[in-house]
Design a protein around this ligand. Structure first.
Ligand code: NAD
Length: 251
């Protein structure tokens, strides 16, 4: 390990030693070592496909078909992803009670897969590992959508219960943030003694407001990200290194 990583790990270990009710706030950067690319880095997903916003999804059958085509292409590319060193380290801290919650922008389901229980996890942007009907809220498994999609010759299926549109359980641009998740994230953030912002460029609001809110409430703010963020100067500790290298086996 190089000197920067060593000193970053030491400073972080000191903070974690005194942590009693921390919150980890994670973004796409924690999952890149699992083979899932982030959005904004060069070569990231956004440079390839313009995202389909909520209104377009609702109003256009061809765009719903396209959204599902993309989702299945992602499934083929990253469907087998397993939790990485960052996810496992946070799950251990939840397990020993030092982390009160993991609040994530990610939609990949890897925090659940690493063993963080539902009551300790807040998914601000939803979850792409299953689907829901936008009209009646019924949950549909991805495998069911896939089977129907193929049977319909590449057409997005409607809900069998109510004919409503079926969408991954994620929050798209133009779609309201889930009120309950926002409330829980705020409560955890206001009550935390240490706020760890991990692998997020911290540019997407309202999610990017949380580090500020934590700091305002007296929490120690730690930022771990490969590249600088605009909150680094506000942080008590900002580490610019690989997340897995920093969090791996840290106590
Ligand atoms: P982002 O792409 O804006 O930022 C990710 C940050 O992580 C970047 O600043 C990058 O430098 C850093 N990073 C990448 N790999 C790293 C590593 N190994 N170590 C340290 N830093 C690393 O992502 P964001 O702001 O978190 O997300 C924007 C939106 O995209 C979110 O809404 C999120 O839901 C969605 N998204 C989710 C996934 C996923 O679920 N895995 C993947 C891509 C995008």
């Amino acid at each position: 390990l190089d000197d920067d990583i060593k000193s970053g790990r030491e400073a972080l270990a000191d903070i974690l030693a005194g942590m009693r009710a921390g919150v980890a706030f994670t973004g796409a950067g924690i999952s890149t070592e699992c083979g899932i690319p982030d959005f904004r880095s060069p070569g990231g997903l956004w440079t390839r496909n313009r995202p389909i916003d909520f209104e377009t999804f609702l109003s256009s059958q061809p765009m719903r078909d396209e959204a599902w085509r993309r989702r299945f292409a992602m499934e083929e590319a990253f469907g087998g992803a397993r939790p990485g060193r960052g996810h496992r380290s946070l799950a251990r801290m939840v397990g020993d009670g030092r982390l009160a919650a993991v609040v994530t922008q990610n939609i990949d389901g890897l925090h659940q897969a690493s063993g963080v229980p539902e009551e300790r996890l807040v998914e601000l942007h939803g979850n792409s590992t299953y689907a829901t009907c936008l009209a009646c809220g019924l949950r549909h498994e991805l495998s069911w959508v896939r089977t129907r999609f193929d049977a319909l010759g590449g057409r997005a299926p409607d809900c069998p219960a109510c004919d409503g549109p079926v969408k991954t359980a994620t929050i798209s641009f133009g779609q309201a943030m889930p009120a309950e998740a926002m409330l829980r994230a705020r409560q955890f953030t206001q009550g935390c003694d240490v706020f760890l912002a991990i692998g997020s460029s911290l540019v997407v609001y309202p999610a990017a407001g949380f580090p500020l809110e934590a700091k305002r409430n007296g929490a120690t703010l730690v930022i771990i990200n490969r590249e600088p963020t605009k909150f680094d100067t506000l942080a008590d500790l900002a580490i610019h290194a690989d997340i897995g290298d920093i969090l791996d086996e840290i106590q």
